[in-house]
Design a protein around this ligand. Sequence first.
Ligand code: ZN
Length: 121
Amino acid sequence: MFRAKVLGSFSAAHRLRGYRGDCERLHGHNYRVEVSVSSADLDSMGIVMDFRDLKGQLKAILDGLDHHYLNDLEPFAQDNPSAENIARYIYHAFEGAVKPPAALGEVTVWENDSCCVTYSR
Ligand SMILES: [Zn+2]
C-alpha cells in the first residue's frame, strides 16, 4: 500500500462555545493540515496521485478558512470550530478530488506544535 501526503496551513480565529476555560475566549491558531491519500496500485506514471492536484485541492479548501473567524462560517455555525470538526470538514471537502484507485486516507489538523487531531472514516 502506498500513502501520499500533502501539507498545508492557514491562520484563523475561533472560540469554542460552551467551553469552560480559556478556549471559550476569542483567540487564533496557525493551523497545519496534513492530508493523506492511499492506494495499492499506481497509475501509468507510477504515482498514487499528482502532488500538484492534491496540493491545489488542499489550498482551495484552506483558502476558504484562512484569515477568517471560523465561528462565522457556515460549516461551524452549529458545530464548534474545534480541531476535530475542522478535520472532518476538510476531509469531506477533499473527498471529491480523490480519483480511484486512490482513496482518501485521513486528515490531521495541528493547532500548534504539540496538539493535533486526525479524522478518517
Ligand atoms: Zn483554539
